[in-house]
Design a protein around this ligand. Structure first.
Ligand code: ATP
Ligand code: MG
Length: 230
């Protein structure tokens, strides 16, 4: 039997360890295969806290994250992170070329069964409108937009089932923004029956372009988005 949701959060709570302030207030969320969900909300409302908790990157104070309807055992976390990929607003690249960065995940234990595919990497960089020399560029020489493209290709080549995109195009020029949107759309279209994304964006035009179900975060509370009609 197939679980109804790829990813679920039940009453997920995150507190500030120092002050015990609630950062995320019992968030309930479910993401089905084929869905694209957008989260908007003011700065500091807890969107990144929520995404990082969902990605199991930060400790959860209470509640559950379910993957295909099940709790995630400690030993299953590497496999979970491989399937549910968090894309940060500010990409973190290692020293070396773009290709070195794309090869990097394959040096990790969680990917020991997978091999770097240069043709695939070139295909993804072409899809993002990058030139032939992109893979040979030094990570330190990349523009902000190029660095984000490189970090997204690094994730997409591993074919995750869920993408958690935390303002991946904030502060990028329109051309780089479209490149990121195209990469994500191609990834989604390649297997809509098994993939889903959660995208945090502050840009109303981007929210319109991407479409999908909308949610909003206010002061740590995640709710369905309701259009305010004046
Ligand atoms: N690890 C942490 N410990 C304590 N407080 C934190 C931690 N991480 C985030 N916060 C606080 O939680 C609140 C929500 O932060 P968060 O980064 O989730 O905001 P956001 O909605 O993503 O904002 P933005 O749109 O600016 O990215 C902020 O007040 C932030 O200072
Ligand atoms: Mg944020």
């Amino acid at each position: 039997m197939t679980a109804p949701f790829l990813l679920e959060a039940r009453a997920l709570v995150r507190r500030d360890a120092r002050t015990a302030t609630t950062l995320l207030d019992a968030a309930d969320f479910a993401l089905a295969a084929g869905e694209r969900v957008l989260i908007t909300g003011p700065s500091g409302s807890g969107k990144s806290v929520f995404m990082r908790a969902l990605a199991l990157l930060d400790p959860i104070d209470s509640g559950h994250v379910l993957w295909h309807g099940r709790d995630i055992d400690r030993h299953a976390i590497p496999r979970y992170r491989r399937s549910v990929a968090y894309v940060r607003q500010r990409p973190a690249l290692v020293d070396g070329t773009v290709e070195d960065n794309l090869r990097y995940p394959y040096s990790l234990q969680a990917y020991r069964d997978a091999r770097f595919d240069r043709d695939r990497a070139e295909q993804l960089s072409r899809a993002a409108g990058r030139g032939q020399d992109f893979l040979a560029k030094r990570a330190g020489d990349l523009s902000g937009g190029e660095a984000q493209v490189a970090s997204l290709i690094r994730v997409l080549q591993l074919a995750p089932e869920v993408l958690l995109l935390d303002e991946p195009t904030a502060s990028l020029d329109p051309e780089s923004t479209r490149a990121i949107e195209t990469l994500v759309a191609d990834w989604f279209d390649a297997d809509r029956s098994a993939r889903a994304s959660l995208w945090v964006s502050h840009d109303p035009a981007q929210v319109e372009r991407i479409g999908g179900r909308r949610m909003t975060m206010h002061a740590g509370r995640l709710t369905a988005y309701k259009e305010v009609i004046e």
